[in-house]
Each structure stands twice: as structure tokens, then as C-alpha cells.
Design a protein around this ligand. Sequence first.
Ligand code: KIV
Length: 373
Amino acid sequence: MHKQVVTSSVFRRSYSTSRSALSRSSRASSTQPVLLRTASLITPLQHHHQPQQHVQIQQTRHSSHSPMGLPPSTPRKKVTLNTLQSMYKKGEKITMITAHDFPSAHVAEHAGMDMILVGDSLAMVALGMEDTSEVLVEEMLLHCRSVARASSRAFTVGDMPMGSYEISPQQALSTAIRFIKEGRVSAVKLEGGAEMAPTIRAITTAGIPVLAHIGLTPQRQNALGGFRVQGKSKESAKRLLRDALAVQEAGAFAVVVEAVPQEVAAFITGLLKIPTIGIGAGNGTSGQVLVQVDMTGNFPPGRFLPKFVKKYGDVWGEALRAIETYRDEVKTGAYPAEEHTYPMPKEEVEAFVGDVKRLMTAKAMEVDGEGEN
Ligand code: KIV
């Protein structure tokens, strides 16, 4: 009998009968702790439209298919636009991080991030492209879907890539609709200030929340003369303020402010009625966003890191150490050890070997007999 534990969120069972039968037959021999064995054959909903719910089956895992562990120990309420507004009103900082696939969203979700952004920075960090201009809507949508499957609480935002929204508000609206329907995110982000106001208006009027993005807008790096800090002069700071007010007026629920002097970002934040999410904009914004691979240190030594990034971990170093150790242990035969193998009763092994040896001897005698004829 499977012991089923139904918890607050996520997953429909999707395991095969044969696999569960195999699990039952060897459950008694497992040395894994029960907690590790739960949720083992559970995969996330294929159809991400439905609210997720956890159904945990206590049984032994014999494959590595499901990436899920236990849900966060303290269940948290889903973050909505209202939640973000109320955090903003209370002066509580809003936390946002990028994710580009199921595992990176999964860990962000467990860490209790308020917002998860499927940023077009995935062009470089997940797809190895030169810059963000190369990534396609279809590629963004694939990544949005995988992030959405892991994000049961965080408010998700999909970044509309360059070329998918600048032509007209209609083009932008139709791309935004695809992000919601196919990407399964809760909102879209687009780069640009006052000139994008009619576009933001068209999208928000259709009921799709928009996160605006002003300051350094990487999709426009060629026009900006590279990745340059914005708002450093009086005139440029005034332009930024005009942009911020225009996107707010057009209905954006929040605005990312990138690579701007902190005094300017803080001053603009004080004049707005929507939250500002800073990246390289100091501590006076309503929240912060960082690219996950940057802040977790998931990159090799020597890679360029913008000044504003704080490296909170060394994921690259840890993964490298683990993979090198695995390589060495396979080469020396240290892995797999006894505890990584499936036991079989000694008599069964002996009977099996005895049977095969007898069969092989009989076969050899048959062949010898044929040779004599
Ligand atoms: O693409 C991205 O990751 C972003 C954030 C840096 C804001 O736009």
C-alpha cells in the first residue's frame, strides 16, 4: 500500500504501474531516509494552467526523474499585484530574482522570493548567446513555461524580447497575450520609457500587468553606446524621471530602474506611486532584482561581473568540485560503492550463476558434439 500525503500545493501523480510495483518489491531493502523517499515519483503538472498541489507518495525511488523535494516548510500565500502593492505601501522591500528554468525557479521559490523574472538575460546565461537581441519569443516562452511550473507562490514576469513589441501597441499586445497564455507567467516586462507609454497602455488595458524597465535598457545597448550608467547628468536624470512618470501613468504596476546613480533612483522612487525595482541603482528603491547566476556565483573565475552584483555563493566552485570528484571516483572504481547498489539474496545470486553455468556447459557440449559430426 502506498501511503499518500496530500499537502497544500503542487503535483499530480504520474508514475507508471510497473515502476511503482518495482518500488514496492524492494522498499524493505532501502536505506534512504523516509523523507528522501517521499514525492519520489511525482512529476509536476504537464498542464501548467491548473493550480499546483502536492501529492506525496511514500515509496523508494529508482530513477532520478522528479526534481521535486518537499514543499517549503512554512506555506506562504501566493504573491499577487495586491500583495506587491501592500508591501510597497508598508515600505517592505520587494525581492525579485531571475530564473530561466525549472530548477532555478524552484530554488528561488523555496528561498521565498516575491517575484521571479524570466529575464531575457537568459539569452546569455542559459543559451550562451552574445547578447539579448538574439533570443526569440518562442525561446522565451519555453523558458517561461518551465519557470511557471516551479513558481507556485512567487509573482512571475516574462521579459518580452527585442523585436517583439516595438513595432506597434498591437504587436506588443499580441506578444504579451502569448506570454500569458503560452508562457504561463503573470505579467510581462518591456524596456523603454515615455515612448513606450501607448504600448504599456494597450497591454494593461487588456488586463495584462506590465513591469516597465528604464535606465540602462540592455536591448537598446547599441543606441545607448553600450552598457552605460544612465541619469548621471541633470538632463539625463530629468529624462529618467519623465520616463518613470510616463510608464506609471500608462499603467505599469512597477518599474525596473537599472544602472542609475542611487540619489536619482531614490528621488524618483519618492515621487512615484508604484514600486521601483532597482538593479545597480542603490538602496533607495522599493525592491531589488539580480540575475541569479551572477549572485549565486554560477560562473567560472575571471568572468566580468558588473559593479553592483554581490556574489552570495559559489555554485560554480561547488558543482566543479562535485563533478571532478565523481570523475575521479569513476576512474578509480570508488564509485559506485556497496551502498549505491541494489541487494539480491545470496542464494538467488548463487542459483542464478549456477543455472547459467550449467546452461553454458550444456551449450558448449552441444557445439563440441556438432563439431565431431
Ligand atoms: O533580463 C534580465 O535579467 C533583466 C534584469 C536584469 C532586470 O532585465
